[in-house]
Design a binder for this molecule. Structure first.
Ligand code: FAD
Ligand code: SF4
Length: 510
């Protein structure tokens, strides 16, 4: 096991993300050693000058020379870049490499490829039903979906209304032990110029803790999860969400365990089908689907840019310095917790980037930098594909765009914002609303071929020429203003993928 400098700097990682990974790795190392395994582990040095290896490949070359193994065995990594790096290193060394399937997923990459070859188009809903049948999950004895429907999506869109969510029990939080404290001290010193805060590292870093977080979710939040999956509320980062993604993605627990525990909870007590099916759909459907798409289509998947978006990511994604209340809330939450829930990611942070015209890979790289659950296989199809629609509709059947009215309906952010979500022109017009109509205007031709955009385009076509001119002028002003708010470049521009650059812009609020 190797704490490798390149893995903490190939994107400009949030401090909390680095600390979470390192702490979980060190706990796992100790658990393996305690069980009698010999572990060859290299820690990051306090001073970068003392690091013995910069990359996985350097580490492997040194260890192969030192330990003289007969072959290398690797569990499928979560990043195409790492798979290529290790495969090439093994080839250079002339040593056999055995890549084993990752058993924490329910659909192997080979099974997904067979599924994709046998189905016309990749549609989440079809894949999800296929998975339900294949694993016999939430089916009655005749093979029909329990509750009479495959999908309770329509019941997953409740908002809190004026009363708000009330007192929600916070998710289980885990105190820092000596290992985590040492890691935090290392990260604070060595990665002082990295974004984000270390204050809120309360995630599970061991398997036992991950199981406790799962139990806590099933007991206290699953019941309301279904109804309020899409709702947002000021100063409430977690609401009824599970917060399990980071533990799942670093394999402290498996998808099967999470689903089995959910089904067991359902057999013990009455839970709404919209919650149980809604939660199972995320794990068995979306999570497995995104991984399948990633490995099916990489490395060419990341080369598309269906709206030819080419703007830099606005500075406020790094420092939360914006007067848009919804963006301020969501970006500050990411700086503080390295977390946002799905609708904040999709309909606030991603929606603004898409409407504004951010280069899709720049949005993805920001995502990779700032979230504890970000791994390439899941961040790329979500951030680049679903959110920025850069893949032209592989994972999403339409671009996820919305005006301020949607955010107003699903949250209380607009109530304390200087802008008015209903207005798209004028001094207090909501930037989301202006940029929404402007997006329709700029991409009308592209959108016309999508049947799911028929109704929004109809509304757009009802705009008068005068209204359109006003919208275009106001949108141009917003772009100018946002682009001016550049913060100092903390790092030089870095080549991320061949031919693509991501500027590492700005220092964060803390
Ligand atoms: P919950 O709301 O409690 O959902 C339960 C679980 O379902 C999650 O833990 C997760 O494992 C799974 N899940 C739900 N939706 C998805 C999805 N679309 N893709 C994969 N798994 C899903 N998820 C990541 O794990 N890593 C990422 O890097 C990531 N990037 C995203 C980027 C964007 C722009 C968007 C819109 C979504 C992204 N997601 C990502 C999916 C989803 O937003 C997060 O999994 C979820 O918000 C994590 O919080 P939670 O554990 O509280 O989830
Ligand atoms: Fe966001 Fe617009 Fe609402 Fe302000 S008015 S919180 S910018 S959606």
């Amino acid at each position: 096991m190797s704490e490798t400098p390149n893995e903490t700097t190939h994107v400009w990682c949030h401090k909390l993300r680095i600390a979470f990974f390192l702490s979980a790795m060190r706990h796992y190392r100790d658990a393996l050693s305690a069980s009698g395994c010999t572990v060859h582990y290299s820690e990051l040095a306090a001073d970068p000058a003392d690091d013995l290896a910069q990359s996985f490949s350097q580490r492997i070359i040194t260890d192969v020379q030192r330990l003289r193994p007969a072959r290398l065995i690797l569990a499928e990594p979560g990043d195409h870049r790492v798979r290529v790096e290790i495969t090439e290193t093994a080839r250079t060394l002339g040593i056999k490499l055995d890549i084993r399937p990752d058993r924490t997923f329910l659909c192997s990459t080979e099974e997904f490829a067979v599924y994709a070859a046998g189905h016309k188009g990749l549609l989440l809903e079809n894949f999800y039903r296929w998975m339900r049948k294949r694993h016999r999950i939430l089916l009655d004895k005749n093979g029909s979906p329990i509750g009479g429907r495959w999908n309770f999506d329509k019941d997953n869109r409740g908002s809190f209304g004026r009363a708000g969510p009330g007192n929600i029990r916070a998710p289980a939080a885990f105190e820092r032990d000596e290992i985590t404290k040492r890691v935090c001290a290392l990260v604070a010193r060595r990665f002082a110029d990295h974004p984000g805060s270390l204050d809120n590292l309360t995630l599970p870093v061991t398997r036992d803790q991950a199981l406790l977080l799962l139990t806590d979710f099933l007991k206290y939040r699953l019941n309301e999860f279904g109804t309020y999956q899409d709702a947002m509320w000021t100063d409430q980062p977690f609401l009824f969400h599970s917060r399990l993604s980071a533990a799942l993605n670093i394999k402290l627990i498996s998808a099967r365990e999470v689903i089995d525990a959910t089904l067991a909870a359902t057999s013990r007590r009455q839970l709404p089908p919209s919650s149980v099916e809604g939660f199972v759909r995320q794990i068995l459907g979306w999570r497995e689907f995104m991984r399948g798409v990633y490995w099916l289509l990489m490395p060419h998947y990341a080369e598309r840019n269906s709206f030819d978006a080419d703007r830099s990511l606005p500075a406020f994604y790094w420092n939360a310095d914006t007067d848009m209340r919804c963006m301020q809330q969501c970006t500050q939450q990411v700086i503080d917790h390295a977390y946002a829930h799905h609708i904040q990611r999709l309909m606030v942070l991603g929606n603004f980037a898409l409407l504004y015209g951010v280069r899709p890979l720049a949005f993805h790289e920001w995502h990779m930098a700032m979230y504890t659950d970000a791994i390439d296989w899941v961040s790329l199809p979500n951030a680049f594909g679903m959110s920025q629609h850069a893949d032209g509709g592989v994972v999403g059947t339409k671009p996820y765009i919305a005006s301020g009215n949607y955010i107003n309906r699903m949250s209380n952010y607009c109530g304390s914002c200087r802008y008015d979500p209903k207005k798209s022109v004028g001094n207090d017009a909501c930037p989301f609303s202006t940029l929404y109509w402007d997006f329709m205007d700029r991409h009308r031709e592209n959108l016309q071929s999508n049947p799911r955009m028929r109704y929004p385009l109809k509304a757009f076509e009802a705009k008068t020429p005068t209204e359109l001119t006003q919208i275009r002028t106001q949108a141009a002003r917003i772009r100018e203003r946002v682009a001016e708010q550049r913060v100092s470049l903390a790092r030089p521009e870095a080549e991320i993928r061949s031919g693509q650059c991501t500027p590492r812009e700005g220092k964060t609020g803390r």
